[in-house]
Design a protein around this ligand. Structure first.
Ligand SMILES: [Zn+2]
Length: 509
């Protein structure tokens, strides 16, 4: 494919402070960029350059662009155009917002309610009957922040086909695939999708994200391709499992595409989420006999793994509970090449046994984890303690997992988007088994993600030969205590500043 028109010719960033997370130090540097790639990095600030345009960064700090290892950016962008209940601090407030939107469109699709942030109203009061009181004619959908659970009124429930599982029709609760795939029933129009790509990529870029590992589906992938020339975030796309056979039959292998949009592999779900109490645990949830569910017969997983191995497709497997991970690892161990050449990866892995950590290391399987979940739900009295009791302290042990020799990659799952917020989650981890130093946390959000998509020689470092994807920060991240207070002053993707903040102090020459 031809070069995008935005990828300009030679330029240089001078007077920069390059942050080297591996060596934990700052080096004054000059970066020479040509056709979207760093062609040369020189030590020292004031290299004299006459012949090419330069941008004087005035000593600001430069880090590699963030790679978010697990996103749903298109759905995020759809959500940005729909009703957001994420800031509602009571059930009543959610209801008020929904009521105010009835009549504005064919249905009301409200996202991101989170009962753990409510000061009034209990989740037990939220059901189909309660939503019917708001409207009996306009379909109302209220999806939980995790995406794995939703509540609907009767008008919406009528549109859910009988064969869709898991649905509690009496209470109007939808779980797992039904909740995750509601966009297939309450379909967003083409305009909404195009706008979704623009809104979500703009949001990601402002947060310093230059590449994402995006879970997607064919219709969204088509829109991404249509928007290709406007994209300012790079997409490695994992198609959900039901498209696996088609993708394989079409001849797609992981890596097909280019630096902007690429087919990366297949996404598979083994269990649910802790918040919805559907993650498959070895021991029951607190105050309950339930242990969650494994969503797929292992015989089916085995078939997918074998076909992925045969056809060169990387798998991204969602597995949160320890029981789900144990079952998944057993299938992987029996069916993948010893050194895991395809770099199959497991997502979330919030509860891991010692044996599972050993298996991850021995088979070189990537652990793709979300430090923002820690920040949000893994502190004393928060959601995780409520759902699994004391076990919450042993969750998301980033440090000990890394020290065991497992490759860990950070991502946000868009809950919420924001690498600095996630990095802070790892640095302020409630347990020492999970607490990371700042430099390591940044590496997991930059170079680690590059390995997961075979981009370790192209992304994640400020070096010659690497893509010119970088973030300009106001302060030295290695010394800053308040990480979420760091200002992202500018973000460059492919040699172009895709985002420039109000406080970006650079002089063009
Ligand atoms: Zn996800």
């Amino acid at each position: 494919m031809a070069d995008r028109p935005t990828e300009s010719q030679a330029s240089a960033l001078i007077n920069a402070n390059c942050v080297d997370f591996a060596r934990r130090r700052i080096e004054p540097c000059t970066l020479f960029i040509e056709r979207g790639v760093i062609v040369k990095k020189m030590d020292g600030r004031n290299c004299r350059i006459r012949s090419i345009p330069t941008v004087d960064l005035g000593g600001q700090y430069v880090i590699p662009g963030f790679i978010d290892g697990h996103t749903h950016l298109v759905p995020e962008g759809i959500g940005m155009q729909r009703l957001d209940l994420g800031r509602c601090r009571s059930l009543d407030k959610c209801f008020q917002k929904i009521t105010a939107n009835i009549g504005k469109s064919e249905f009301v699709f409200a996202s991101s309610w989170d009962e753990t942030t409510w000061r009034r109203g209990r989740v037990t009061e939220l059901d189909r009957t309660a939503l019917d009181r708001l409207s009996t004619t306009t379909p109302i959908i209220m999806r939980r922040v995790c995406g794995h659970c939703a509540v609907v009124n009767t008008a919406a429930l009528r549109r859910i086909p009988d064969h869709w599982k898991i649905v509690d029709r009496k209470r109007g609760y939808l779980y797992e695939n039904v909740a995750l795939n509601l966009n297939e029933i309450f379909v967003p129009g083409e305009d909404m999708l195009v706008k979704a790509v623009r809104l979500a990529t703009t949001k990601a870029l402002r947060l310093g994200i230059t590449s994402v590992h995006e879970i997607s589906q064919p219709r969204y992938l088509r829109v991404l391709q249509k928007e290709r020339n406007r994209l300012n975030v790079r997409f490695s796309v994992y198609l959900t499992e039901k498209h696996h056979e088609h993708a394989v039959q079409t001849g797609l292998r992981s890596g097909f595409g280019d630096d902007w949009i690429r087919f990366a592999g297949t996404k598979v779900f083994i269990d649910g989420s802790l918040g919805a109490r559907t993650a498959a645990l070895a021991r029951p949830y607190a105050g309950s006999r339930m242990r969650g569910n494994i969503l797929m017969p292992m015989s089916r997983l085995r078939r997918i793994v074998r076909s992925a191995e045969d056809c060169g497709v990387q798998l991204m497997i969602h597995s949160i509970g320890d029981r789900a991970t144990e079952a998944t690892l057993q299938v992987l161990k029996d069916n993948i090449a010893r050194q895991n050449q395809l770099r199959h990866r497991l997502e979330h892995l919030e509860l891991l046994s010692r044996e599972a950590i050993d298996d991850l290391r021995r088979f070189n399987i990537i652990a793709s984890m979300q430090p923002n979940f820690v920040r949000r739900w893994q502190h004393q009295g928060s959601l995780y303690e409520k759902v699994i009791g004391e076990r919450y302290l042993g969750m998301n042990c980033f440090r000990s997992i890394l020290e065991s020799g497992v490759r860990v990659v950070f991502g946000s799952d868009c809950m919420p988007l924001g690498p600095l917020y996630g990095i802070e989650g790892a640095v302020l981890h409630p347990s020492s088994c999970g607490r990371l130093d700042t430099a390591t946390a940044f590496r997991l959000y930059t170079e680690a993600g590059a390995y997961a998509t075979f981009d370790e020689t192209r992304k994640g470092k400020l070096q010659a030969g690497y893509l010119a994807d970088l973030v300009v920060l106001d302060k030295n991240p290695l010394e800053e205590k308040n990480l979420t207070g760091l200002k992202i002053n500018a973000v460059m993707v492919g040699g172009e500043f895709g985002y420039v903040g109000g406080t970006f102090a650079a002089r063009k020459k």
